[in-house]
Write a protein that binds this ligand. Structure first.
Ligand code: HEC
Length: 247
């Protein structure tokens, strides 16, 4: 643990000139609160995204939504202690809210947007800073699409199926969106790596996975700063109840 952390800190110190550099400090305060900007944002915030378990979903498969799809990724991959949260804002870059994130985006033009460009760079110019894992191709495509669709502060409700939950189709993508930015081999927050089935299974079995994501008493609320949607928590709960299979 100690070794991993100091390696990351070193990496950070060694590259102070990078536009975005990063280290993960462990532990961080248990609940980094992401407050949407105090000034009203132009786009409406719907009730509770994802609470609808079927039927009248407002989610369009062709749209990438900031609140449902984008913010969880940035929250886990960038808005972290020592990196680009409101307190650390490494290299002056704060990615803790829509308004802040919007400052690194040229709406409609991903290719000219810093937020996108740093994801596809290589070596030490890439974000998240190596040895932190790169965004997956799918995650990069989401960022690109969201920007090209106008980088709106949008959200939808529904679009989360709670039947036939599998690890591959539901649980793993949720981990990749909400957790692995902080819980990976290079930076295992709290000593916990959630990037493989075996590791997720361990925390599914000992109750900590469900305890943390449901913000239950006695557990650190996870993800820090933005609770998963009820429907997504239900997906994970059902997967655990069915035996937390590698399916
Ligand atoms: C912004 C970074 C961040 C994100 C995102 C995040 N974690 Fe954590 N997590 C941490 C840190 C740091 C710790 C150790 C300190 C603590 O417990 O608060 C931790 C601790 C934990 C623990 C042990 C604490 C306990 O009470 O048992 C579990 C389990 C956990 N995280 C699961 C998750 C899951 C599941 C997700 C995604 C749904 C997630 N985390 C998202 C940073 C994060």
């Amino acid at each position: 643990m100690k070794k991993v952390v100091s390696t990351i800190v070193l990496g950070c110190v060694a590259m102070p000139l990078l536009m975005l550099s990063c280290k993960h400090e462990i532990p961080t305060p248990p609940n980094v609160v992401i407050t949407p900007s105090p000034t009203p944002t132009p786009t409406p915030t719907p009730g509770t995204p994802g609470n609808n378990t079927g039927g009248n979903s407002t989610c369009s498969a062709d749209t990438v939504y900031f609140q449902n799809d984008l913010f969880p990724l940035i929250n886990s991959g960038c808005n972290t202690s020592g990196c680009h949260d409101a307190v650390s804002h490494a290299d002056g870059v704060d990615l803790s809210s829509y308004d802040k994130i919007r400052g690194y985006v040229s709406a409609g033009d991903a290719a000219r947007s810093k937020l996108y460009k740093v994801l596809v760079k290589s070596g030490s110019e890439r974000m998240p800073l190596p040895p932190l894992p790169a965004f997956t191709a799918d995650q990069i495509a989401k960022v690109q699409k969201w920007i090209n669709q106008g980088a709106k502060n949008n959200a939808c409700t529904g679009g989360c199926d709670t039947t036939n939950i599998t690890y591959t189709a539901a649980v793993q993508p949720l981990m990749q969106t909400y957790c692995t930015g902080c819980h990976n081999a290079a930076s295992p927050g709290g000593g916990i790596d959630l990037s493989s089935y075996a590791q997720v299974k361990t925390y599914a079995s000992n109750g900590r996975l469900l305890g943390t994501i449901s913000y239950a008493t006695g557990y650190s609320p996870m993800p820090k700063g933005s609770k998963m949607q009820d429907c997504q928590i239900t997906q994970i709960r059902k997967w655990i109840e069915a035996g937390a299979l590698n399916n």
